[in-house]
Design a protein around this ligand. Structure first.
Ligand code: MV4
Length: 448
């Protein structure tokens, strides 16, 4: 096992990674920006190194500086967490070059899955069901119209470098494509430096269900069931759960096996997630692959009893998986909610000083915190400040615990989305498992 690793992240995920490192006796090197000198991840690290100014470009995205710190502190490996540099193939490649282990897959696999067009192509080749559509870049609106004619409206215009909704639009006619194409292409070009666009059939009334996989370097790949993440607002996940209330054992197994085939076909190593869209008939389609540890990984840990960070570290040191597919537990039901520092009415970020923090404790309640009492929430970073994870013997018990925990959660000084999370947790349609991607608009914000 590694003796010293650098955690190239901040907030709750840096804290979460350090917790496992401490359990395994690994010395942790934290990094921080000017805005984070008092942050929990700095306090918890065995050693913390200053990167630069508060903006991410000066600090947490500053590859040269992070690598300089890693060399100086003799880190054997870097854990990138999620977001920031976690899916940056250039960063992974630079680590590899310096002989520092990047805790994740190889840089070429990150690059392959980072291109949604290339990922589609690779999955088609591997025989994984992908959404009907085109797996090559379209140069202009007329090409997109020709493609849409073959696919049938409505279609979704997507950016190959996208993922989070940027450069993406549902279009229902030739005219709508003419209006939408260039704007989305420009947004993708500005945001990602790549304006490659493609089209897919728009699948309506879907759920977003993803499969967690683990792969070692010896050819062993297993799936750790699914997470359902359909409840989103503007492509920001709000609630995630495992198992999905929608899947039956047959589809669950088919999706798990498809995810394993997908990962093996690209030589995937470490922890990864295959996202699928699942329609009302339980047909599933590959959407994209995330080559990092995900925000919502705790719900998988809760039902399998595994520590995914420990698994990632073991794989990265060259170890093999200690469990086989048949050993993977699926015990109980776990739900995670993301707590954002935002105004519950306007959804704008709500920075400020946390004057009071009182979190409910109890069996089946887990917290992942990136803040503490007296923390400053600054506007420089993602407004997600904490996650609440509950576990019950079955889904109803988990929802009961979620409702109780949310009602006791006290944060003062900033506004949070806790009222919105309570509306979800208390909604009869959530209780009944009607958790489609339309949930928030349909039942919470009543757009339709
Ligand atoms: C789709 C889709 C339906 N059909 N693609 C959204 C984020 C990105 N990862 C992929 N996303 C979707 N792609 C096709 N062909 C539905 C989604 C989607 C979604 C769309 C609109 C509003 C909310 C959504 C939530 C999850 C997924």
């Amino acid at each position: 096992m590694f003796k010293r690793i650098l955690i190239a992240n901040r907030g709750e995920i840096a804290v979460r990674i350090m917790r496992t490192c401490k359990l395994l006796g690994i010395y942790t090197i934290g990094v921080y920006s000017q805005a984070d000198s008092d942050a929990p991840h700095v306090k918890l690290a065995d050693e913390a190194c200053f990167l630069g100014g508060p903006r991410v470009a000066e600090s947490y995205l500053n590859i040269d500086k992070i690598l300089e710190v890693a060399l100086q502190t003799k880190a054997e490996a870097i854990h990138p967490g999620y977001g920031l540099l976690s899916e940056n193939p250039e960063f992974a490649r630079r680590c590899e070059e310096l002989g520092i282990v990047f805790i994740g897959p190889s840089h070429d696999v990150i690059a392959l899955m980072g291109s949604k067009i290339e990922a589609r192509k690779a999955m088609e080749t591997a025989g994984i069901p992908v959404v009907p559509g085109k797996s090559f870049p379209l140069t202009d609106a007329e090409e997109a119209i020709a493609a849409a004619k073959q696919i049938g409206y409505p279609v979704m215009l997507k950016a190959s470098a996208g993922g989070g909704g940027i450069g993406m639009q549902i279009v229902k006619s030739d005219d709508e494509i003419r209006k939408a194409f260039e704007g989305n292409q420009k947004r993708a070009k500005d945001f990602f430096g790549d304006g490659s666009m493609y089209v897919e059939k728009y699948i309506e009334h879907t759920r977003h269900i993803e499969i967690q996989i683990l792969a070692d370097g010896a050819g062993n790949t297993i799936y750790l069931w699914e997470r359902e993440c359909s409840i989103q607002r503007r492509h920001q996940k709000v609630v995630e759960e495992a198992p999905s209330p929608f899947l039956d054992e047959t589809v669950r197994q088919k999706m798990g096996e498809a995810a394993v085939t997908a990962a093996k076909s690209i030589g995937y190593k470490n922890a990864g997630t295959i996202e699928f869209l699942v329609d009302e008939q339980k047909q599933f389609y590959f959407l994209e692959m995330n080559t990092r540890l995900q925000v919502e990984h705790p719900v998988t840990e809760e039902i399998t009893g595994l520590d995914l960070v420990a698994e990632q570290l073991r794989i990265a040191t060259g170890g093999t998986l200690t469990i086989t597919q048949g050993d993977v537990k699926k015990d109980g039901h776990a739900i995670e909610v993301r707590i954002y520092a935002e105004d519950p009415k306007t959804f704008y970020p709500s920075p400020g000083k946390i004057t009071k923090l009182n979190i409910p404790q109890g069996s089946g309640i887990r917290h992942e915190l990136g803040i503490h009492e007296a923390s400053m929430v600054t506007p420089y970073y993602d407004p997600m400040i904490a996650k609440l994870v509950v576990k019950g013997k079955e889904r109803d018990e988990a929802i009961d615990k979620l409702q109780a925990a949310l009602s006791k959660y006290e944060i003062q000084g900033i506004k949070t989305n806790i009222p919105m999370l309570q509306s979800v947790a208390e909604h009869p349609k959530f209780r009944s498992g009607d958790t489609t991607t339309a949930f928030i608009d349909k039942y919470i914000n009543r757009k339709t």
